[in-house]
Write a protein of this length. Sequence first.
Length: 193
Amino acid sequence: MQSDPIKNTADINAVHRVLTRWGNVREAECFIIGCNFALRVGDLLKIKLEQVKSDTIILNEQKTGKQREITINNNAKSAIDRLINWYQLQNVEPTYLFQATGNRAKKLSKPITARYLNMKLAAASEALQLGLSLSSHSMRKSFGYNAYVSGVDVRYLQILFNHRTELQTLTYIGISKKTISDVYLNSSIGVGL
């Protein structure tokens, strides 16, 4: 499935608002945390609540087997706090940060699934008419794109994403030929005639 980064932070906030308005608080906070952690969805959904009690999370990535340390920034901390408050209101004692609540009778602890999250994000994109193919992978790409345009060196993002080349990273975060062309158009220097 092709997924797009969200290049406008106002659109990221709009996705959060619409999910919250629909009563999908867990998914809204998952989206914000995902945009701030830049993890693959499989790694994100397996985070346990006990792992977010400090300022960093250490985990082993499923795909690469590499150990990864994530510093929890203020936006992610706020989202985690809102999520924990929501669980308390729901009388849920979660094992996972993104605990599925449908298995309470069987006392099974499972996180929500990527498929479920993808469905919610696609619905939000459609409702907001973003014109984007939005999925759980968009969170990771959105982190990369927004970090890059704010001045983070592509080499750091390359390391963060475990990409082999800078070009792979630029393509991954949605920096296209049109984006490069726009740099020329918007960087006109000299006297216009």
